[in-house]
Design a protein around this ligand. Structure first.
Ligand SMILES: [Zn+2]
Length: 337
C-alpha cells in the first residue's frame, strides 16, 4: 500500500464501535494477572498460549476466550485490562470507543457485577480526563445462555444504570436466534437502553431481519452475510442501519477464507453504512488500525473510502448529535489538509 494512504488511515480520527473488552487481553497480561491472582493456567508460557490462537471457527475461539477471562477477579484487573486497550486505541487515533463487556462470563465465576463494571468504567473516565477520548459501555448478554439468565443479569446491572448506555447480544450465534431474547430486549427498550445485536456473522441473513424486527436493534454487529439477501440489503441501505464490520476477525474465524475475499467493498458499493472495528483484537491479530490497513492493502479502496468510513464511525455511534457533528467536522478538516 501507498505510504501516504497508510499514514492517512492511521492518523485519521475514528470511533471504534465493536470491540469486546475481554477480547483485548493480550497473553502477556493474562500471565501477569494469573500470577498476581494465583490462578493456574493450562498453558505453560505466553508462547504456548499464543500458539493456541489458531482458531477454526467461532466456538474454538470462544473456548480460549473464556479461559483467558478466568484471570480477571478484582476491580483493578478490569481496570488494567481496559486501560491497556484504551492506550492502544488512543495510539490508533480512536477518539470515541463503545466497548462491549460480558458480565455473565464473570458473574458465573463468582465475580461481583459491580467489580466488573466499576473497573472498566474507571478506566474510561481516566481516558476521558487524560486524552479527551470519550467512551461508553454496552452490556452483552451471552446468547448460548437462557433468556432467564439475561433477565437476572439485567437485574444485577440496574443499580449501575448510569455506567452503561445499552445492551447487545454476543457469543455463539448459530442455533441461538435473536428472537430467543425478545422479552428481555423489550424490557431494555422500556428502560431507555440503546440496542444492538451480533447477527449475520456465522448465522443466516434471517437473524439480521429478526434482530431488527423482533429485538428492534439500532445497529447490527457484523451483518456481513446480509448480501445473501438482496431485499434485506436494500432495507439496510435505505434505513441507514449501521453494520459494525470486523475484517480480521472474519478472516480468523473463517467467515471469509482470505482477507482479499472479504466483502467490505461490496457492502460499501451497496450503499450500506459500514464501520471498521477490531472485535477481539488480542485474539484476531490486530487493533483497529491493523484492520484498516489490511483491508486497504488487499482491496481496491482509496482515500474517499477512508473518509467515508471515518465519518460513518461517528455517525453510527451513540454520541449526542452535536458531538457527532463536531467529530465529523474534524474528519473533514483532517482530509482537507
Ligand atoms: Zn463481536
Amino acid at each position: 500500500m501507498d505510504a501516504s494512504l497508510r499514514q492517512l488511515l492511521e492518523k485519521m480520527p475514528k470511533a471504534e464501535l465493536h470491540m469486546h473488552i475481554e477480547g483485548s487481553l493480550e497473553p502477556e497480561l493474562i500471565f501477569a494477572l494469573a500470577e498476581r491472582n494465583g490462578v493456574t493456567l493450562k498453558y505453560s508460557s505466553v508462547d504456548e498460549l499464543r500458539r493456541a490462537y489458531a482458531f477454526t471457527d467461532l466456538q474454538s475461539f470462544l473456548d480460549i476466550y473464556y479461559a483467558g477471562a478466568s484471570v480477571l477477579l478484582k476491580e483493578q484487573d478490569f481496570y488494567d485490562m481496559t486501560r491497556a486497550y484504551l492506550g492502544r486505541a488512543h495510539a490508533d487515533n480512536v477518539r470515541h470507543a463503545e466497548l462491549f463487556f460480558d458480565p455473565q462470563t464473570h458473574t458465573e465465576r463468582g465475580v461481583d457485577f459491580g467489580t466488573v463494571i466499576s473497573g472498566i468504567h474507571r478506566a474510561l473516565q481516566d481516558a476521558a480526563t487524560e486524552w479527551g477520548m470519550s467512551g461508553a459501555l454496552i452490556m452483552c448478554f451471552l446468547r448460548h445462555l437462557s433468556e432467564e439468565d439475561a433477565f437476572a443479569t439485567l437485574e444485577q446491572a440496574l443499580p449501575y444504570r448510569d455506567k452503561f448506555i445499552g445492551v447487545g447480544l454476543d457469543s455463539s450465534e448459530r442455533g441461538h436466534p435473536p428472537e430467543k431474547f425478545a422479552r428481555v430486549f423489550a424490557r431494555c427498550r422500556e428502560l431507555g437502553l440503546r440496542l444492538v445485536a451480533h447477527a449475520g456473522e456465522e448465522g443466516p441473513p434471517e437473524y439480521i431481519r429478526t434482530a431488527l424486527d423482533v429485538l428492534k436493534v439500532e445497529r447490527i454487529d457484523h451483518g456481513v452475510r446480509c448480501l445473501e439477501d438482496a431485499e434485506l440489503t436494500q432495507r439496510l441501505a435505505r434505513d441507514k442501519v449501521p453494520l459494525t464490520v470486523c475484517p480480521l476477525s472474519n478472516v480468523k474465524l473463517r467467515v471469509f477464507d482470505r482477507a482479499a475475499d472479504h466483502n467490505l467493498q461490496r457492502l460499501l458499493d451497496a450503499g450500506l453504512t459500514v464501520t471498521i472495528n477490531s472485535d477481539d483484537p488480542a485474539y484476531f491479530g490486530g487493533y483497529v488500525n491493523d484492520n484498516f490497513t489490511e483491508m486497504f492493502s488487499v482491496l481496491p479502496l482509496d482515500q474517499r473510502h477512508a473518509r467515508q468510513l471515518a465519518r460513518d464511525s461517528f455517525a453510527a455511534s451513540f454520541l449526542p448529535e452535536q458531538d457527532k457533528r463536531r467529530l465529523m467536522a474534524e474528519v473533514d478538516a483532517f482530509f482537507a489538509q
